[in-house]
Each structure stands twice: as C-alpha cells, then as structure tokens.
Design a protein around this ligand. Sequence first.
Ligand SMILES: [Cu+2]
Length: 262
Amino acid sequence: MRFFLGILAISGLALAGESEVIARPYDLWELIYKIWLVLTVIIYAIVAIPSLYFMFRYRFREGENEVGDQEHEGHWGLEALWTIVPLIIVLYLATHGFALFTQMRKPPENAMELKVTAFAWGWMFQYPNGKMVVASAIRDTEEKKCKPEECYGVDGVFQQYVYIPAGVPIKAVLTSQDVLHSFYVQPAGVTQDMVPGRTTVTWFQINKEGEYWVFCREYCGQWHSRMFAKLKVVSKEEFEKWLKGEATADGGDFKIAQEVVR
Ligand SMILES: [Cu+2]
C-alpha cells in the first residue's frame, strides 16, 4: 500500500510540473507525456508486484502440489473488470490524445504567417510585409556589415537572426526548393517535413524572450549538419521596430547562398 502511495506521490509531482509555459505547443506534448507516464507506471506496478509475489508464493517445492491443480472455474466479475477497465483507459488515451494532437496541428486563428523555404543548405524566412531573412551558415554576411544585434557568428561564419515576437503564435507555411528537409523548432517541439512542390503547415509560439534553435531534421546532404537558424525572440514592440526597419544584411538573394556551396 505504501508503495502505491509512493507512486501516486511521484505521479502527482510529475503532473504539477512547472507553471510557466515557455513554448507552445510543447506544453500539450508534455501533458500527453505525463499522463502516459503516470498511467504506465501505475499499470506496471499493478502487474509486476503480484507477479513477483506469485513467483515466490507458488514456486515449485518438492512433495508439495507437484502435479498442480488443473481445474479452474471462471469468475465473471473479474473477467468483466479486467476487460472494462483497460477498455476505458485505452479509449480515454485515444480520444484525449487525439484532441490534444488536433490542437497541436491546428494553428490558432490569430497566428502570424511566416513563409519558410528550405534549400540545400539553409532557410529563407518571409514575413507578412515581405521582409526576408536568409539563414544559411555557409554565407558570410560579415562583409555586408550587418549589425551585431541582427547577426551572430558560429565558427567565424555569420548568419542573420530570425526575429520572432514573444507570445505570438506563428503559423509556419513550409516548402522546399530542392530536396526533402524538415523544420524543427527546438523549444516548441514541432517537426514538419518540407517537401518540394508542396506546402505544409505547422505552428509554434515562444513566450520567453531569448535565442532558440531551428534545425533541419531530415538528412538532406553534405551540409545538413550546418543547416540551422537562430530565432531571436523579442518583445512585440521590438519586433515591430525590426520588421519595419531595413535589413542591414541583404536577405533577399538566397540564390547567392546556394551558389557559394555549388
Ligand atoms: Cu535540410
């Protein structure tokens, strides 16, 4: 009994979690994960503990029930119990999980649209007003004199930040120029394939200001490992200011980025 209480206490702690949601829809994913964790731990205990007990209690002893009792009478109550209870649990997991999954897939109505085009090997981000940012680690924008707040360096290679307003849902409309890529937003926990000639959609929202990663999550060739972008999540005001401003590094000609590697 004490053991079960212990498990319930651990489960309770797991469900309480942290109160602040840093990124969406990761919070929904985490909720599903915790529900499955608690249920599976409880079910494991219910199955494993009696199994261990029976192993020792009814183990083979010389001269004691050596042949064993092969006669069994069914018990309707028990049969019904262990059929109906798992059925309810499975139906709950399926329907609740599907409801959360639908929310994870459907961008909120007020989402800002961000067009993202992947290419080997980088990304072009286009904002609603037409402003573009090219994130390609193989393109040196230093000589284009980009402002330090708009660029960052990795191994001496400079890349533009992708500005994102904090607390605003972003509907990412994705496609690819050449081969299959995959759009992964690290804190939001979303991954979506980017397919040439097709448009796919995902959404995310980051509430905490800071810098976050976008990675390509589908092996797409030689420079796949350097196919990333950095999101700079800022306040809405700062974002609006940046959006209206001229891009200091020319983000429009992503063909140049492609030519550099070819
Ligand atoms: Cu890729």
